[in-house]
Design a protein. Structure first.
Length: 263
């Protein structure tokens, strides 16, 4: 053990001897080490606030607050979202349907939407009675989902509706589903039975169209139109249109979802 220690000590001394002993000496052999250091006082002067950045952030925050506080409409009642249907989910799918038709009128003349579909999970807040601001809509639809319009053949649309149950289904407009014993027994679109070979235009969001929540999983599309418009921007635009027409914001339950009693 002592012999091994002496061997290691000799090796260490040899290595040290090969290093130049004079600081700053330049030689063609050996290794030169140079150390530099500076004392830094870590107090408030070192980590002081950058006033330029702070002023920019404050101006940005003030501008955003002004934009978000803009009133775009007025609700005549409080509207919440819940299954199987609710005043808020019905209102939102209705104005989404209207938005889809307005978009088609501008970009695909002569075509119209047949129904609209949203997921309840994407409706994240309620709307209180009284003034509605842009911030309120951001709270309702905080995700950056964009509106899409998909073409689905009737047989695929039937498959879409058949995966719903009384407690697990989508929010929609221009369609009706009837449930008994928890299962769907009938689905119609705009008051008519779904025709297997007919192509239906469905206004929805890219999240659902790409498989989100499983609504359109394994559903074949004939075509898809990307509007590149955020869902919340579509909501804001439609609410502003209603307000300009003197219409207060309102939603109510209707016959789009019927749950029949168990016999």
């Amino acid at each position: 053990m002592k012999k091994a220690f002496r061997t290691l000590l000799c090796v260490a001394l040899f290595l040290i001897a090969t290093i130049p002993q004079t600081y700053g000496q330049t030689e063609s052999k050996g290794i030169q080490f140079k150390y530099e250091y500076q004392s830094i006082l870590l107090d408030s002067t070192y980590n002081s606030v950058d006033l330029t950045v702070q002023n920019y952030i404050e101006q940005l925050r003030e501008r955003m607050n002004k934009e978000l506080s803009v009133v775009i409409g007025e609700a005549d009642q409080e509207m919440r979202s819940f299954k199987p249907q609710s005043p808020l989910s019905n209102f939102l799918t209705d104005i989404l349907f209207d938005f889809g038709n307005q978009f088609l009128a501008k970009t695909h003349s002569g075509t119209r939407a047949n129904l609209s579909v949203l997921n309840f999970g994407g409706i994240r807040s309620s709307l209180l009675a009284g003034p509605i601001t842009i911030e309120d809509i951001y709270k309702v639809a905080p995700f950056d989902n964009k509106v899409v319009i998909i073409d689905i053949r009737g047989e695929q649309l039937i498959k879409f509706f058949n995966r719903f149950t009384e407690k697990d289904h989508a929010a929609f407009s221009q369609a009706q589903t009837i449930y008994r014993n928890g299962r769907m027994t009938q689905a119609t679109v705009q008051g008519e039975k779904i025709q297997s070979e007919k192509v239906y235009k469905v206004v929805t969001i890219d999240f659902l169209a790409t498989g989100g929540d499983g609504f359109f999983k394994d559903i074949q599309f004939e075509n898809i139109i990307y509007t590149d418009i955020l869902l919340r921007d579509a909501f804001i635009a439609q609410i502003q249109q209603l307000t300009q027409s003197g219409i207060k914001i309102s939603g109510q339950n209707d016959q789009r979802v019927i749950i029949q009693p168990t016999p």
